[in-house]
Design a protein around this ligand. Structure first.
Ligand code: HEC
Length: 110
């Protein structure tokens, strides 16, 4: 029931417990992982961080199935970090961004 859901979300925010869940998106239902075995090891570790950190409010699949340029990723990363209780610190955000930038360049998106 929407009202109960909203009340729970607000309570959660007030208590600092759980971040607000993102409404479902088609990308959430695509593959939740990608094959990074051909990536340099440092980027494989950053990918692991993305999978473990970007799944709080929506499945990490939303990020895996989004294909943006480095500039766009920079903007989206800031947007995600501004949300309450993201559970992601600046250093982690930087590493995740470096992975997304590497992937964008590999995909020819710049
Ligand atoms: C605190 C909650 C939260 C966390 C943590 C979070 N997101 Fe999100 N994300 C959202 C919400 C809410 C939306 C939908 C609204 C929007 O686009 O801002 C969203 C949408 C997105 C979208 C779709 C943007 C678009 O408009 O096409 C991408 C891509 C995304 N997130 C990537 C990430 C990545 C990468 C991470 C990890 C660094 C992450 N998210 C972590 C809350 C979060």
């Amino acid at each position: 029931m929407p009202v109960t859901f909203a009340a729970t979300a607000v309570l959660g925010l007030l208590l600092g417990a759980e971040p607000e869940k993102a409404p479902p998106d088609p990308r959430d239902f695509g593959p939740g992982t990608m094959d990074v075995s051909g990536y340099p090891e440092e980027h494989q570790r950053k990918y692991d961080l993305l999978i473990s950190k970007c799944n709080k409010c929506h499945p990490a699949a939303r990020a895996v199935n989004s294909h943006f340029s480095s500039q766009q990723w920079k903007r989206y990363m800031k947007k995600m970090l501004r949300r309450p209780n993201s559970g992601i610190n600046e250093e982690q955000a930087q590493r995740i961004y470096e992975f997304l930038k590497f992937r964008a360049e590999k995909e020819g998106l710049g």
